[in-house]
Design a protein around this ligand. Structure first.
Ligand code: ATP
Ligand code: MG
Length: 392
């Protein structure tokens, strides 16, 4: 029944002369996200993208719904710009799209093609009458037109080269196409939060690289696999991610040996931020992105965030900062990272967690607590032992 998907993009059309760049990015991302879904062909025309498909639209829509920059998607049936053909197609689609007949409907027409002899309301009336006549023959005259509160909609669009008929618009996530804003570095753990933070950054058009602090053998290779899987999920929304796997074990051992237990978490986080900052500078990432949310754990009080943030002068984006866990989980499920995140492999922080971590650290005490660490040396050594995996 459906030959194509009509893809609408909103915000990007506001961006003036950058527009073609944005649309180009969006098309690239669509191609990348659908590469394993099935055959398709893309056409770009008058502020719209048409995706010609084979087979059922559902599997394509599932992917498109989550691609940043897409506002909505409609499966459309297409015919020639000819009223009789439009009427027949409308009737066919109406029958196809309803499981049980509604009692009321409305036809809505838009007519960007001003050469078409009838005006929009006239087209709606003609097509509506055709549906009433044909359906009511077998439906005891139970179907009627209701322009205010119809049970079912039928939309027509009369364009220069084709006429479209469709019945639904499935909302997309909106936002901006990945690759249309700058590049950030995501601190990606195997938990629930950081992949969601990464996705929200992608949603605003950012490109991401990621860093994972791995504490082998205290965290197993399976924990690392989990992070690779999460990065793979994120890359499906917008292409390549360079994932840096930092060898963090020696730093954690040093912290445990030389710092008071109460402060180990705060100091460990400061080390993560320092390494991420150095990597970001090398790699031209403009910002760091983390999955922190106020008050979620001891290291995420405002006092902790303050002391941890002190080691970097890059902006740190925290897209989850005011979200509750259940809101975060909802997004994690939607983007398909939740099931991976809850796999039980240990996280570097849970292994080194002290019994009573300080929840309201201050900078003076933290500096005192970390004074015996050879910070520069530890960072340089751990950077040397890091590996990079390109995820796409
Ligand atoms: P998540 O669910 O993302 O692991 P969390 O609730 O466990 O977060 P924390 O352990 O306090 O919270 O971590 C806060 C943030 O620090 C994480 O969201 C992530 O951005 C970063 N982070 C923590 N551990 C690591 C790690 N091993 N590698 C990379 N980043 C990490
Ligand atoms: Mg975690």
């Amino acid at each position: 029944m459906y030959q194509a998907l009509l893809i609408r993009y909103g915000e990007i059309s506001l961006k003036g002369k950058n527009r073609s760049f944005f649309v180009h990015k969006l098309i690239e991302n669509i191609k990348n996200a659908l590469k394993e879904t099935g055959p398709f062909r893309i056409e770009q025309s008058y502020g719209r993208i048409y995706l010609y498909i084979e087979g059922r639209p559902d599997q394509y829509i599932e992917k498109l719904k989550l691609i940043p920059g897409i506002v909505s998607v409609s499966p459309v049936a297409i015919t020639e710009v000819n009223l009789e053909k439009i009427k027949d197609l409308a009737l066919g689609l109406f029958n196809y799209s309803v499981k049980t007949y509604p009692t009321s409907f409305k036809v809505e027409t838009s007519r960007p093609n001003k050469d078409f002899p009838l005006k929009s309301p006239e087209i709606s009336r003609e097509v509506g009458a055709h549906l009433l006549k044909n359906i009511n023959e077998n439906y005891n005259d139970k179907l009627r037109v209701d322009v205010h509160n119809p049970e079912h909609f039928l939309n027509l669009e009369i364009r220069k080269d084709k006429a479209l008929v469709y019945t639904e618009s499935i909302p997309g996530v909106g936002g901006l196409p990945v690759g249309s804003s700058g590049k950030g570095l995501l601190l990606l753990s195997g938990g629930i939060d950081s992949p969601v933070a990464g996705w929200l950054a992608l949603k605003r058009g950012m490109t991401l690289d990621a860093i994972y602090f791995h504490s082998y053998p205290y965290t197993s290779d399976r924990a690392k696999e989990k992070v690779l899987d999460l990065a793979k999920s994120l890359s499906s929304y917008g292409g390549k991610i360079n994932l840096f796997i930092n060898h963090f074990t020696d730093i954690q051992m040093e912290i445990r040996k030389k710092c008071p237990p109460k402060y180990t978490i705060t100091i460990m986080r400061r080390m993560m931020y320092r390494i991420a900052t150095e990597l970001a500078r090398k790699n031209k990432n403009l910002v760091l992105v983390t999955g922190e949310s106020i008050g979620q754990v001891a290291s995420q009080t405002l006092e902790s965030i303050n002391v941890i943030n002190e080691v970097t002068n890059l902006p740190v984006l925290r897209p989850l900062i005011s979200m509750d866990k259940n809101e975060i989980i909802q997004i994690a499920r939607m983007i398909g990272t939740y099931e991976t995140s809850i796999l039980p492999y240990e996280d570097c922080c849970t292994i080194f967690v002290p019994k009573h971590p300080v929840t309201r650290p201050n900078l003076r005490d933290t500096l005192e607590a970390e004074k015996d660490l050879e910070i520069e040396k530890l960072i340089a050594e751990s950077m040397e032992k890091s590996e990079t995996v390109v995820i796409e």
